[in-house]
Design a protein around this ligand. Structure first.
Ligand SMILES: *Cc1c(COP(=O)(O)O)cnc(C)c1O
Length: 347
């Protein structure tokens, strides 16, 4: 028996892509970021559904992810790789027809030497200081780079999830300074930037997390539910303790259930204290520490023993769980483990 069932709603992912697509100007393409196995939800299921919805451009991190996506999509549609053209990537870039998003002068040299006529894009650093050519580097190499006809120029916003942040406007100004007047399609916005409005959209927006139902897209349709089977139910007497380190003591006689799923399945130990799971419509507090494969919950107040509990559902989203664990929805999604059975709606 798997540790649980991850229900993934492909119709909701499609609806979220459509909603973000509607927000961008008619001439602006809406791509889809499907790195890290589509944020943990399954590249081979998610990408074809987005193609059906109208997506024609996809972003992954590594060329290996690009190759897997190429095998899924076939020869059509553009696949961009955020890691650019690293040592050892050349043959995969060529074979899988990938567009490396060049992010350093070294990579630019490597690409132009190894695959002079192969399409590439450019990443510019407008202040995030993570990947991309800095303004001075861009000045130095832009002529050579532009001669080779890049298919896309991008930059990435560091604080776009916060509409109050002034960093986005500064980055926008830098991006315009570095690219205005060039005859190359431009892209600045991920999910957050798409929500900031048309000034940030340019020729392409490239949302990731919003497709999968996560913040900052607060009007996203929820995408994932997680159901965990109950393995055993039993009684404890008041005063008995539960789990590693005996961190919880039953204040009175109680009935407990031990459910399949633990921190190896992405249910971080940091979710305790305060984690609640749902038995139908009734919340049940998790008690004691979360262990690698198991969570124990207090079901004393239920009429009967549940067969399963849910930990994520349309009302209990990845962001809710993330807040409890002191992290972000992105990390909850991408750390959902490999032991779940996945069940897709709309496959
Ligand atoms: C991951 C990533 C995205 C997508 O970001 P979301 O916040 O998930 O929408 C877009 N661009 C770059 C460069 C990224 O690394």
């Amino acid at each position: 028996m798997p540790t649980g069932t991850l229900h993934i709603d492909l119709e909701a992912i499609a609806a979220n892509w459509r909603a973000l697509d509607r927000m961008s100007a008619p001439g602006c393409e809406t791509a889809a970021v499907v790195k890290a196995d589509a944020y943990g939800l399954g590249l081979t299921a998610v990408a074809p559904r987005l193609v059906k919805e109208g997506a024609r451009a996809f972003f992954v991190a590594t060329v290996e992810e690009g190759l897997a996506l190429r095998r899924t999509l076939g020869p059509e549609h553009r696949i961009y790789c955020f890691y650019g053209h690293m040592t050892g990537d050349t043959s995969t870039i060529q074979r899988a027809d990938l567009v490396p998003m060049i992010c350093s002068v070294e990579q630019l040299t490597r690409h132009l030497e190894a695959l002079p006529r192969h399409p590439f894009g450019l990443q510019l650093d407008t202040g995030m200081n993570r990947l991309g050519l800095k303004e001075a580097e861009w000045e130095a190499v832009s002529e050579i780079a532009l001669e080779a006809e890049p298919v896309l120029i991008t930059s990435h916003l560091a604080s776009s999830d916060d509409p109050e942040s002034e960093q986005s406007a500064r980055q926008l100004a830098a991006f315009r300074r570095m690219t205005d007047g060039l005859d190359v399609p431009r892209s600045l916005a991920a999910t957050g930037g798409t929500l900031l409005g048309p000034a940030y959209h340019f020729d392409m927006v490239r949302p990731g997390i919003g497709l999968y139902g996560g913040l900052p897209f607060d009007r996203a349709e929820p995408v994932v539910s997680l159901e965990l089977p109950v393995i055993a139910c039993f009684d404890v007497a008041g005063g008995e303790t539960v789990g590693y380190g005996a961190t919880w003591t039953a204040p009175a006689d109680a009935r407990l259930a031990t459910v399949a799923g633990g921190y190896a399945d992405g249910l971080h130990r940091a979710l305790q204290p305060g984690l609640e799971v749902m038995a139908g419509k009734v919340p049940c507090p998790a008690v004691g520490r979360i262990s690698m494969d198991l969570i124990t919950v207090d079901i004393s107040h239920l009429d009967r023993d549940p067969e399963a509990v849910t930990i994520l559902d349309p009302h209990r989203t990845v962001d809710g769980l993330a807040e409890a664990a002191g992290t972000i929805g992105y990390e909850i999604l991408t750390s959902l483990g490999r032991r779940y059975q996945t069940s897709y709606r709309g496959l």
